[in-house]
Design a protein around this ligand. Structure first.
Ligand code: ADP
Ligand code: MG
Length: 458
């Protein structure tokens, strides 16, 4: 523990003490055990973590909580960094920095999570394959269509358009097709791009006057896979560009694959000519998989971590989390990591204590419920929330509602604006950003929002 001062340890112990009471015991131990404070100054705060798996979790899930709690302890936090460090792992626990000596499961968990972060320049992530996609009720049609595409790319089902809810395997499947195409034809230019990224690149190309290069890059693809095309909505210039790219590729019999959260016809503010192009090949809706398929998915994922699970544990997970495979996978990873740290065998009892949060949450909370609950919390009439008034005591609750819509339902900005009766989606962007920033420094605002959320899920 050389190099770390007693003072840093004290601060961190105080922070941990506070965080411990705000999380379930399972989460706390899984994510915070063997962390430490490596540096604390006006400019930077550095938190030491035992491995990249934990690092990723702390950054994405607990970042705000850690910053808030540090500030409560009087630390000024400007920039925060998470650093994997052997100092942070004091026992045989998850990942010493020197590789090779780790328990097997841990190695896999870590590598899996690194793999999921790594992407080659064509946007494909080799983690997703047709082989590790579990086929069952809800996705079998989509899977069959992908196989057909693989047999005759560009000819059968062009474009292929898959749509459905969050976390049901759309990205996995279209990535898998891309990987399979690339394997069969190593020289082909197979491109995967998330629509948001496409939009960012387009804007950048406009700014840098490099439109020709941008256009060429995509129009010379042998297969183009575009994820979440609903985000093209309301972006006229990009739609125009995408229309031409689409046509160029389509006319040359190059395969186009798209995913979206809704059928082409339902994407508001999408040009009619694009809607008809998107629907002109094969559109297939995907659903959340049924119970048996969810169990099979858990088995496959557990196997990839070289872990064995009793059937009742698998069934417990599959029953508790039904609609979103991403959440299901998260829960499984949490369970495996938690048990691995303590050399315990995963059981229903452990799973259920780790998953209390999930259980408490109903599957669906509507935008309307969020807006009503927020209005009630601030004691303002719903009409004012949705109406034109611009007084501060109405604007702030409205912004808070937008932020919660963004956080909890992952709605697009145009949709958020629409839900609150605004025409301009930039209002939603500004509001969400503002509240995100404010809630970092204003603890009472953060508490207010936590309260609203708690009531929503109560
Ligand atoms: P979507 O794009 O529909 O939101 P993803 O493709 O990102 O969902 O899936 C979320 C997670 O669930 C991914 O890690 C993916 O590998 C996994 N997943 C979803 N469906 C399946 C399946 N049928 N078999 C294996 N893994 C799946
Ligand atoms: Mg996706």
């Amino acid at each position: 523990m050389e190099g770390r001062s007693v003072q840093l340890d004290d601060v961190w112990q105080a922070v941990l003490g506070e965080i411990e009471v705000s999380l379930s015991r399972g989460s706390f131990i899984t994510w915070f055990k063997n962390t430490c404070l490596l540096k604390q100054s006006e400019e930077t705060t550095v938190v030491g973590v035992p491995n990249v798996f934990i690092k990723h979790q702390l950054e994405t899930k607990f970042g705000d909580l850690i910053i808030d709690t540090l500030r409560k302890q009087g630390a000024s936090v400007n920039q925060i960094e998470y650093k994997t460090t052997p100092l942070a792992s004091r026992s045989r626990v998850l990942g010493e920095e020197n590789e090779g000596e780790q328990p097997q499961l841990t190695t896999n968990v870590i590598h899996q999570s690194e793999a999921s972060l790594r992407q080659s320049s064509n946007g494909l992530n080799e983690r997703y394959t047709m082989d590790n996609f579990v086929v069952g009720d809800g996705n079998e049609l989509a899977f069959a269509a992908c196989q057909a595409v693989l047999q005759q790319p560009g000819i059968k089902y062009n474009p292929l358009y898959l749509y459905g809810g969050v976390g049901i395997g759309k990205t996995h499947l279209i990535q898998a097709v891309g990987n399979a195409l690339q394997v069969r034809n190593p020289d082909a230019k197979i491109l995967y791009i998330a629509t948001e990224q496409f939009v960012r690149e387009f804007v950048m190309a406009l700014k840098k006057r490099s439109m020709a290069a941008f256009v060429n890059y995509y129009r010379s693809a042998d297969a183009l896979i575009v994820d979440d095309v609903q985000f093209l909505a309301d972006k006229d210039k990009i739609q125009e560009e995408f229309f031409h790219t689409f046509n160029t590729l389509h006319q040359a019999d190059k395969q186009i694959i798209m995913s979206s959260d809704k059928p082409p016809g339902d994407i508001a503010k999408l040009e009619d000519r694009l809607k008809s192009r998107f629907a002109g090949g094969m559109s297939i809706d995907m659903h959340a998989p049924d119970f048996e398929t969810r169990c099979a998915i858990i088995h496959t994922k557990a196997e990839s971590h070289q872990a064995e699970l009793e059937p009742e544990v698998v069934e417990y997970l599959a029953t508790t989390i039904q609609s979103n495979i991403r959440e299901l996978e998260g829960a499984l990873n949490q369970l495996l990591a938690w048990c691995e740290v303590r050399s315990l065998k995963p059981s229903v009892a452990i799973a259920s204590s780790l998953l209390q949060v999930h259980k408490a949450r109903p599957k669906h909370i509507s935008a309307k419920q969020i807006i009503e609950r927020t209005a009630r919390h601030f004691q303002i009439p719903l009409e004012d929330m949705l109406g034109p008034k611009r007084d501060k005591d109405i604007v702030v609750p409205r912004q808070v509602a937008m932020y919660i819509l963004h956080e909890e339902l992952h709605l697009s900005y145009p949709k958020i604006a629409h839900e609150l009766g605004r025409k301009d989606h930039t209002t939603a962007i500004h509001s969400v950003r503002k509240i995100a920033q404010l809630s970092q420094i204003d603890v009472s605002l953060k508490n207010t929002m936590d309260n609203i959320k708690e009531q929503l899920y109560a």
